[in-house]
Ligand binder design. Sequence first.
Ligand code: PLP
Length: 397
Amino acid sequence: MTTEEIITRGDRVLMHTYGRHKIVLDHGEGVYLYDNEKKQYLDFAAGIGVFALGYNNREYNDAVIKQLNKLTHTSNYYYNEPAVLAAEKFCKASGMDRVFFTNSGTEAVEGALKLARKYYYNKHGKADSEIISFNHSFHGRSMGSVSVTGTKKYRDPFEPLIGGVKFADYSDYESVTKLVNDKTCAIIMETMQGEGGIHPAEDFVKKIRELCTEKGILLIVDEVQCGMGRSGKMFTYQYYGIKPDIITSAKGLGSGVPVGAFAATEEVASAFVPGDHGSTYGGNPLVCAAVSKVFDLFKEQNILENVEKVGGYLYKKLDEFAGKHKDIIVEHRGINMMQGLEFKFEVKEIVNRCLENGLVLIAAGANVIRFLPPLIIENRHVDEMIEKLEKSLIGQK
Ligand code: PLP
């Protein structure tokens, strides 16, 4: 099919839930994507933070193909070896004791919320617990995860959502303490807000950890976007030096196959008993073979070291860029391979122009461009990105 045919036919049959760019992606290699007309794009979005290991990683592909040819699905009524290996590696890397594999980040959040509520139910002998979340947060698209997402446009059309959810302001400690009461079972927060505009919050997260410990509230950290190496540690809560009670993960966890996870300490995880939660596909051998290989390759290819090294260079270059364009850029924020530039105006036009110039970037909210490259980028890719971004500013000043 030609590009035009694919777009026209796609627009006819796919639901209109995305404002898609009018290009058709065909394949990828390393940190580059190619469309079906052979145009090359430097990718600083990684499929919204998914492709940690870059495109077409041979060893990753081989591991997935090997499992594909063996067994892709069993259902969770039986054990499978890739799931056990993936779970062991996940627990070791995260410091959690037990994990449940899901098919997406949204489902990981759903599971985490259910686990927190079940823990409270067991402890207090009653339901009706409350959850505190944050304004401008993003936790997914299902009814449960939308219920804890603090962004009006994602919520309003779908009311009534699940009850017992209250919203505080991210980085405003007082706004949280005001909402805490005897019914509070959990506080859910992104360790670094992503969709809300790239906001790291080390001191705030540490204070919330202390508050949760003091009040006997569970701390759920959503690491779907900021986890799996983006900070230079496997998870951003490790970068901050805290331990949550429940974590969620996805995106880079599968590095291309659809998989998510929520994990918890032994004490919290033991609230779930057979029948409390489940998934037909969740944790199938195919995706778990991928997860297992991702953890191996992180070690073998020194991914975290690269994130620190090149992430530092990216920070320096974006800082220089923000300084040079003070007239249009409000702030530069982020950690290592998850950074953002906040502009004084909507960035849609710049993102479109970047694409025309062979650079894939995405926005976070209306005014922020976010940088979520594959974790294997090198300094030369940062230089190429800056050059293309600079070129794409023409007409904005
Ligand atoms: N939580 C966070 C912090 C996210 O950024 C996202 C997606 O961007 C999700 C949850 C939902 O993940 P998924 O799109 O895999 O369902």
